[in-house]
Design a protein around this ligand. Structure first.
Ligand SMILES: *Cc1c(COP(=O)(O)O)cnc(C)c1O
Length: 361
């Protein structure tokens, strides 16, 4: 009987993740601004290492990621023994849910939080709990009020995707201090490098035993296609996660390219500056024509329209102009479009097209 074959509870509640669109029908050279990718690609040094890695494809990779962890530790001034590397930070999020949540447990995240938190919670049979935000910003009081004796994990992205907003170190500290004793606070720092002077939550990870940080090579490092991320946290948690991590979860190519990338901080600094400059420019250009956005600290802005219909029409118009941005109705923001900050030419094209849509030019 086919009916007897059933997946684990929760699995069928998962809505398939839809990535940012990359094509417009009938157009060959559309500009993709829908997945928060680095318009400059990866650093030249990372690309050279990628090409060289072809000579050792017959070799198994190392299992302990020692060299990459050491590089990350040196660059960020942290303990290499408490770094864990994964297939994107998505895999680290998966490990956290597998290790700490199951049926009957609750996994908290915010109203407009990253979709992977819900997916990873459901995948292990845990109960996803969505907490309201305040003006598209993480609300610490609401998160604390949303905790229960069954709360095991609390995920916040800071800066958050798709809102681009972030909360202060003091607010993060207040959240960490107020959680019930069995809960881990996970700070998703996918966009941390875009914030000048922000440590991604490292300080609070070091100060406490219930805070874990995730980071990625997919955004400012321009390596989304290669799938590398890492996590940092208390030794006890890292040891647990390493038990479920596949020994060969990362290939030699991934490990070596990531190491070259993290050692090229000059590239990171350049990308951060360029992004900040054009992010401010684009946000102001759109605000002037009646399309406001919250102050973003990441590599995208969340453009707000009058209603979902206007957002959809603008999206269609942008597509007709060869510009692909991200609709975010699945993030409960149907009246918004998330626009990745591209290079100068891309930002100018977006501003021009939105102005045309608004009938202003
Ligand atoms: C893009 C993104 C990530 C990165 O995921 P990877 O698996 O590392 O590519 C993680 N968290 C958030 C909030 C993101 O937007």
């Amino acid at each position: 009987m086919i009916d007897a074959i059933r997946p684990q509870p929760g699995i069928l509640d998962i809505a398939l993740y839809e990535g940012g669109k990359s094509h417009v029908a009938g157009m060959t050279n559309a500009l993709k601004l829908s997945s928060n990718e680095n318009p400059f690609g990866p650093s030249e040094r990372a690309k050279e290492v990628f090409l060289r890695s072809v000579h050792q494809l017959h070799r198994y990779p190392g299992t302990d990621h020692a060299s990459l962890r050491q590089a990350i530790a040196e660059v960020h001034g942290l303990d290499a023994g408490r770094v864990i590397c994964g297939v994107g930070s998505d895999e680290i999020i998966t490990f956290l849910c597998q290790a700490y949540a199951g049926p009957g447990d609750e996994v908290l995240f915010t109203e407009h939080g990253f979709l992977m938190y819900r997916i990873s919670a459901l995948a292990v049979g845990a109960t996803p709990v969505e907490v309201a935000e305040r003006e598209r910003t993480t609300d610490v009081d609401a998160l604390l009020a949303g905790c229960s004796p069954r709360t095991k994990l609390v995920f916040i992205a800071n800066p958050n995707n798709p809102t681009g907003t972030m909360i202060s170190q003091a607010e993060i500290a207040r959240l960490a201090a107020g959680l019930p004793p069995q809960a881990i606070l996970v700070l998703d720092g996918a966009y941390a490098e875009y914030v000048q002077g922000y440590d991604g939550g490292l300080g609070i990870v070091e100060a406490r035993s219930n805070v874990f940080m995730t980071r990625t090579f997919s955004k400012i490092y321009g390596l989304g296609g290669l799938r590398i991320g890492w996590g940092y946290g208390p030794k006890a948690i890292v040891d647990v996660l390493n038990r479920i991590r596949g020994p060969f979860n990362l290939s030699t190519t991934q490990l070596e390219v990531a190491e070259a990338a993290v050692r090229d901080q000059e590239f990171v600094t350049r990308c951060r500056a360029e992004n900040a400059r054009w992010r401010v420019w684009l946000a102001e250009a759109l605000a002037e024509i009646g399309v406001p956005s919250d102050t973003s600290t990441a590599n995208f802005i969340l453009a707000r329209f009058a209603d979902s219909e206007e957002a959809e029409l603008c999206d269609l118009f942008l597509q007709s102009q060869g510009l692909i941005v991200r609709r975010v109705a699945s993030y409960k923001l149907p009246n918004c479009l998330r626009i990745t900050i591209g290079d100068e030419a891309s930002c100018r094209r977006v501003a021009h097209a939105v102005a045309q849509f608004k009938g202003l030019r």
